[in-house]
Ligand binder design. Structure first.
Ligand SMILES: [Zn+2]
Length: 77
């Protein structure tokens, strides 16, 4: 789970971008922290760069394929 110390730097959002599951290697739509739906592994990815590929980390059979969900949306100025 992504952690933070100072709550004044993070807020909540209902943006639909948080509901989308992205395939391994797909283009990162927004810079932020992404979480693998299968195992909970978290990574940071910059908008426009590819998300990590299928061979980024190993899953057992019950964890299925890697799918990335944005959990923290970094807002540029
Ligand atoms: Zn995973």
């Amino acid at each position: 789970m992504a952690l933070y110390k100072y709550s004044q730097y993070l807020g909540t959002s209902t943006d639909a971008a948080f509901d989308v599951l992205h395939k391994p290697g797909a283009t990162t739509p927004h810079s932020g922290i992404y979480r693998c739906e299968g195992c909970g592994h978290e990574i940071a990815s910059n908008g426009g760069n590819p998300l990590p590929p299928q061979n980024h980390h190993q899953h057992n059979a019950s964890q299925g394929t890697i799918q990335w969900r944005m959990v923290v949306y970094a807002q540029g100025k």
